[in-house]
Write a protein that binds this ligand. Structure first.
Ligand code: NAP
Length: 461
């Protein structure tokens, strides 16, 4: 704390310590709040005599303010550097007039040589967050009234990390259509930047004139994320790796099928009370794509019910997608075996659903019968590690159909090997399109533009 003994008034008006050394660059600013220009000039002199470093000229306290003339006098006559403030009532000041006049006065003060002007946070803020997590700030500023967003000319040539290209801002996120009433949707995942969902949904929203925007949401902790983004403006989410199981716990209500699977991939926020509802649309898309693949085959056993009935269905993976596939195939009458890196998870899922469990290492030697169905639901083989595969090529001879949930790339190493081994192959893209139809309808209440979905996804693969 300052005491009279250890501060001196320096001749230049700066306070220094007893040893004459000023150790801080922090300045002392005196607010000048007189009602007339003449009195302000007197108070500025007093401020200097008392040792202030700077004067804050509070224009909003002047009774009669002649902008041009008075600013010239105040800035010219000030014996100290000047900070000019014109505080509006909405920020606790005295000024109650036209906002443009106020800002013009501050601009003029700068031109006339004021050293600083004080601008309220609400007026100039451009809040952009760096990196992948900050992408939504660069897109949703259009909804929340931001002044500008930065768009790079080419991808990778950025002035700050996380800048999207102008092309993506305009054409991937439909920036010009985003406004205060736009509903926000997004895909929650980690990693998530590879997801094609924003491209698909934004294109689809535009095609049916739905006022929504769909963004990538790189999230570490889904519970914290949902707690933070709790506004009704954030109307719905897709959920992907690794959050599908944790997401279920965050919902106020969960669809019974999703509850049985133990994972969700879609959350809807009820507009009336903000409550969160969880669904699983993964299994419908995947199982119907596999059934379609088998129906096209002459070796299909069942010509009436599901062609999956009675088949041995081997699922690699015991996460969200694995559970969805295993549950869906079981519903169709298939016998289930689960192979997983973490054997205990395979065992747990197999016990819940009624089936066998294997470790991933056992998979190459697992061929109890021919004509089995294989479904990879791990991320093995996903970009960028496109040379990886969860099973050796020779083991694929026992399978008549191989499905891969990975859809980047469309033809994974697993599917290429399977095709060369004579199996029918079904791409994860089919599952993606199938689950997306249903999510779109839940998000918008409108029928999904089916042809557009297929066209967009085929074009992107
Ligand atoms: P998840 O819940 O996190 O489960 C991941 C599963 O993959 C776990 O069984 C995990 O084994 C296994 N795994 C992960 N990395 C592995 C590795 N390097 N080696 C061996 N096993 C590994 O994820 P998810 O939501 O089920 O998604 C899984 C994959 O399916 C992702 O690639 C996702 O993109 C894809 N997917 C596609 C669609 C589509 O529409 N096509 C839909 C949903 C999911 P542990 O138990 O040992 O950890």
């Amino acid at each position: 704390m300052d005491s009279p003994q250890n501060v001196l008034l320096a001749s230049d008006g700066l306070q220094v310590g007893v040893d004459g050394v000023r150790r801080s660059s922090t300045v002392i600013c005196a607010p000048i709040m007189a009602e007339s220009v003449d009195k302000m000039v007197i108070d500025m002199g007093k401020a200097k005599a008392l040792g202030a470093d700077l004067v804050e000229v509070r224009l909003d306290h002047l009774k009669d303010f002649n902008c041009n003339e008075d600013l010239k006098i105040l800035i010219k006559e000030s014996p100290l550097p000047t900070l000019v403030t014109y505080r509006p009532k909405w920020e606790g000041g005295q000024y109650d007039g036209d906002e443009k006049y106020r800002l013009d006065a501050l601009r003029l003060a700068m031109e006339l040589g004021a050293d600083f002007i004080d601008v309220e946070l609400q007026v100039p803020t451009i809040g952009l967050v760096m990196g992948e997590k900050g992408l939504i700030s660069r897109i949703l500023c259009a909804k929340f009234g931001g002044f500008l967003t930065f768009g790079s000319l080419d991808s990778g040539i950025v002035s700050a990390p996380g800048q999207p290209t102008i092309k993506n801002i305009l054409h991937l996120y439909n920036f010009r259509q985003i406004g205060p009433d736009t509903k926000v949707f997004g895909i929650i995942g980690k990693p998530v930047s590879h997801s094609k969902s924003p491209m698909l949904y934004n294109e689809a929203f535009k095609s049916v004139c739905f006022n929504g925007v769909y963004v990538h949401l790189l999230v570490d902790d889904i519970a914290k994320f949902l707690h933070t983004y709790s506004s009704k403006d954030f109307a719905g989410f897709s959920v992907t790796i690794p959050h599908k199981e944790a997401a279920l716990e965050c919902c106020d209500e969960v669809d019974p099928v999703a509850k049985a699977i133990g994972a969700i991939n879609c959350i809807i926020r009820r507009p009336t009370d903000g409550k969160l509802f969880g669904f699983n649309t993964d299994y419908v898309g995947a199982i119907s794509a596999i059934e379609d693949g088998l129906k096209g085959s002459h070796n299909s056993v069942s010509l009436t019910g599901s062609p999956l009935a009675g088949r041995l269905f081997v699922v690699i993976g015991a996460g969200g997608a694995g559970k969805a596939l295993a549950y869906g195939a079981k519903q169709k009458g298939a016998r289930i075996a689960i192979a997983n890196r973490t054997y205990d998870r395979a065992r747990e899922l197999a016990d819940t659903i009624g089936g066998d469990a294997l470790s991933l290492a056992d998979l190459d030697n697992f061929h109890p019968e021919d004509g089995m169905i294989l479904a990879n639901t791990t991320s093995i083989g996903m970009q960028p590690k496109v040379d990886e595969t969860p099973i050796s090529k020779h083991a694929l001879r026992s399978y008549s159909l191989v499905f891969d949930a990975v859809y980047t790339p469309k033809m994974t190493r697993l599917l290429k090997d399977a095709k060369e081994s004579g199996a029918i192959v079904v791409s994860g893209l089919e599952m993606f399109i199938g689950q997306a139809y249903e999510q779109f309808e839940r998000f918008t209440g409108l029928p999904a533009p089916v042809e557009l979905f297929r066209r967009v996804m085929d074009g992107s693969s």
